[in-house]
Design a binder for this molecule. Structure first.
Ligand code: ADP
Length: 295
């Protein structure tokens, strides 16, 4: 099974002709709320891809928290260890203009209260084959989660987003690092993804650099990086593509598929998600992934 130690956020999205400058008021075209957060998105992606998934994190004691928890439960994600903390849920305030450009303010809220693991969290991690981690919870608990999983023999998969420097203890406890090309460049100072992947192999044994429509690059120590092309699709909305990819990848690896095949399967899932609008709402179900993968 898969455990996600990560964030839940309510995305509050406004669509405007153009974003306001400081001190200015503009009239928006529309508004919507979308359940998100990288942790919750990866949990939903993995559950829809057929994984047995549990989520460790926190929602706030507000209406958003109720909705965020319900969204996960609706996707059959186990939320027994998802805390409800005092105060507001995490929120992402997103302004999207007519050119598709965006400006985002993230307020961690409840996510910021997850500072350490409980005995129950540790026991749950010990039952899993894979722990999925991102960087939207306090770094202290991300490190603790990775170190705990490593000690218990559980595979750790880290999405290094949002970009920040990674402490050595975290890298030392990471089995598979999955940056996109921008994150890979930020972590290494190398803009060529092949070179960046090779450099990251000094710190972790396995790296996947995602390359958007170009697919991904798989690198393991002692071999040349392998490029895995993505299926060609008409992209409508690529938000959440990376999280869909990681969730599906965890499922495929957990089923014992060899890495290149697992990558191709995860890319099939991600490609299906970019053909539809939304992040978690656009994530494909296992039957859809299987059908597209075979064709
Ligand atoms: P992120 O969403 O984190 O920025 P990427 O943009 O690299 O990450 O996308 C992650 C994965 O999603 C890619 O490796 C690819 O498999 C898939 N993907 C993203 N955009 C497209 C696209 N336009 N067409 C097909 N697949 C895509």
């Amino acid at each position: 099974s898969i455990v996600v130690l990560g964030s839940t956020n309510m995305d509050l999205v406004v669509y405007v002709p153009r974003a306001p400058a400081l001190g200015e008021t503009v009239t928006g075209r529309s508004f919507r709320t979308v359940p998100g957060g990288k942790g919750a998105n990866q949990a939903v992606a993995a559950a829809r891809a057929g994984g047995e998934v549990a989520m460790i994190g926190a929602v706030g004691a507000d209406g958003f928290g109720t909705q965020l928890r319900a969204t996960l439960e609706h996707c059959a994600v186990d939320t027994d260890l998802l805390r409800t903390s005092e105060g507001p849920s995490g929120t992402a305030h997103v302004v999207v203009d007519d050119e598709g450009g965006n400006a985002i303010v993230v307020v961690p809220g409840a996510n910021g209260t997850v500072t350490s693991l409980t005995h129950g969290d540790e026991a749950l991690i010990g039952t899993a084959d894979t722990l999925l981690l991102q960087l939207e919870l306090p770094l202290s608990v991300v490190v603790e989660g990775a170190v705990t999983a490593r000690r218990l023999g559980v595979r750790t998969v880290l999405t290094p987003a949002p970009t920040q420097a990674l402490p050595p203890e975290l890298l030392a406890a990471t089995d598979l690092l999955v940056p996109n090309e921008h994150e890979a460049a930020a972590l290494t100072g190398l803009t060529d993804p092949r070179e960046a992947a090779q450099a990251l192999l000094r710190d972790v044994p396995e790296v996947v650099v995602t390359l958007g429509a170009a697919g991904s690059l798989y690198a393991v120590r002692g071999a040349e990086p392998v490029a895995v092309p993505a299926p060609r699709v008409r992209a409508v909305d690529t938000t959440g593509a990376g999280d869909t990819f990681v969730g599906a990848l965890a499922v495929a690896l957990g089923e014992g598929r060899p890495a290149p095949e697992a990558l191709a399967w995860a890319q099939t899932a991600a490609a299906l998600s970019v053909r539809r609008e939304g992040a978690s709402t656009s994530m494909p179900y296992r039957v859809e992934i299987e059908a597209a993968f075979r064709s």
